[in-house]
Ligand binder design. Structure first.
Ligand SMILES: *Cc1c(COP(=O)(O)O)cnc(C)c1O
Length: 407
């Protein structure tokens, strides 16, 4: 038997049916499986709890690469203060979702001229990632006759301790090394571009409040040091994010209250150069990950050498991360449940839930303890609201994409 991660708080059953956004799993599955269902009430509650815990001065941005589903984006656009994007495609989606251009910032190490032009034309802030990119943006702005809005993405010399994916600290393709930043900040100000400040992102999927607090303190200190060295004010400063969610056994939720209190104290004692700065954090999975459930239908149940395999109509082509093939070293089980037998007691025999792809990588839950699963049942994979549908190889093996619903 292998343990599963914790089912996110807020999910309940009714008459043996898992409820998502007030709908039963069977109702959501009726028009076809696999389907991702995103619970809008959980999205709203998550943003509300963040606002409650974080200092009032802090803006909340959604990093939309976590989930760019159009209906979810439209909903998020009303809940958060800005979107952080990383491609021209995301730029178009963000604007279609109704987010104002002046509340969108565009990071990413490989922006092409078309993307830079689209950002400048629409008034989106470019978080520039190299000296060459700054000069390209200035030249494109000049040729368009439009003043670009430019920030600098700083490659900090630290990362969040214990975070899942390292995106800062040492040699990186992301951002501009801190030592080069003061000169470039002065160059942007002197060019007549709209100087927007700094973007400092040090990592992702952190569950340890002390590590997040230490990173935020280091980020603020770095912003102050760079502003002082450049002799510029900082209109806006994106402090990154990195708040994680519990996916696996023994993961525990981030202590948001502790993080908010420490950040409140830190923001209360900023040096003059940052006294009027608008600070923001950018969160992806923390905002949307736990609100999403991936529902699959059981096609077959078979036994092999004494082990039970439950074959579903889903798989890693939709939920790569749950299969353990998206940035994890050791495969561990996401939280999974039988959605139409929710709350039924588990049987005394382990079952392995697999997808329908013809590859041994396609495991959704390995040797887990669940109620007896039969053909036609619905298996729910939780924590599917981030890096699911859009971060999985949907074309692999030709089964096509999953449906997505905001409920
Ligand atoms: C991916 C990314 C995020 C979102 O990360 P999460 O772990 O989903 O919160 C935020 N900012 C930047 C710059 C990113 O690349």
């Amino acid at each position: 038997m292998k343990p599963m991660g914790p089912i996110p708080a807020g999910f309940a059953g009714s008459n043996g049916e898992l409820l998502i956004g007030g709908c039963t799993a069977s109702d959501l599955a009726r028009e076809g499986t696999p389907v991702f269902a995103y619970d809008r009430a959980m999205l709203a509650a998550r943003v509300a709890s963040l606002r409650e815990a974080m200092p009032g001065r802090l803006a909340m941005h959604y990093a939309m690469k976590a989930n760019p589903h159009p209906a979810l984006l439209r909903y998020m656009a009303e809940l958060v203060d800005g979107f952080d994007i990383a491609s021209g495609g995301e730029l178009a989606l963000a604007l279609e979702a109704g987010m104002d251009a002046d509340r969108i910032s565009f990071a990413g190490p490989g922006k092409d001229d078309g993307e830079i032009e689209a950002a400048i034309r629409t008034g989106v802030t470019l978080n520039t990632e190299s000296a060459a990119e700054i000069r390209r943006a200035l030249a494109i702005g000049e040729s368009l006759g439009t003043v670009p809005r430019l920030a600098i993405r700083v490659n900090p010399s630290f990362d969040i301790k214990g975070s899942g994916m390292k995106m800062g600290g040492g040699a990186k393709p992301f951002g501009i090394d801190a030592a080069l930043v003061p000169d470039l900040a002065r160059e942007i100000v002197a060019s007549g571009a709209v100087w927007r400040g700094f973007h400092i992102y040090a990592g992702s999927q952190a569950l340890d409040a002390e590590a997040v607090i230490a990173t935020q303190a280091a980020t603020l200190a770095l912003a102050a040091e760079l502003a002082e060295a450049a002799g510029v004010d900082v209109p806006h400063c994106n402090l990154g994010g990195g708040f994680g969610i519990p996916y696996f056994p023994s993961d525990t939720p981030l202590d948001l209250t502790a993080v908010g209190a420490a950040l409140g104290d830190a923001l209360a004692s900023m040096p003059d150069r940052l006294a009027d700065t608008q600070f923001a954090i950018e969160l992806g999975r923390y905002l949307v990950g736990e609100a999403g459930v991936y529902l699959t239908r059981v096609l077959d149940v078979k036994e092999s050498h004494g082990e039970i395999f439950v074959v579903t109509d889903g798989g890693l082509h939709h939920q790569l991360a749950a299969s353990g093939n998206f940035g994890t070293v050791v495969r561990r089980n996401y939280p999974v449940a039988v959605a139409n037998r929710f709350g039924e007691p588990a049987i005394n025999q382990e079952q392995t839930v697999v997808g329908r792809l013809c590859t041994p990588l396609d495991i959704l839950a390995n040797k887990v303890t669940l109620p007896e699963i039969r053909v036609g049942d619905l298996v729910a994979v939780f924590c599917a609201g981030a890096y699911g549908a859009s971060a999985s190889p949907a074309a692999f093996l030709g089964h096509g994409p999953a449906r997505e619903l905001l409920v």
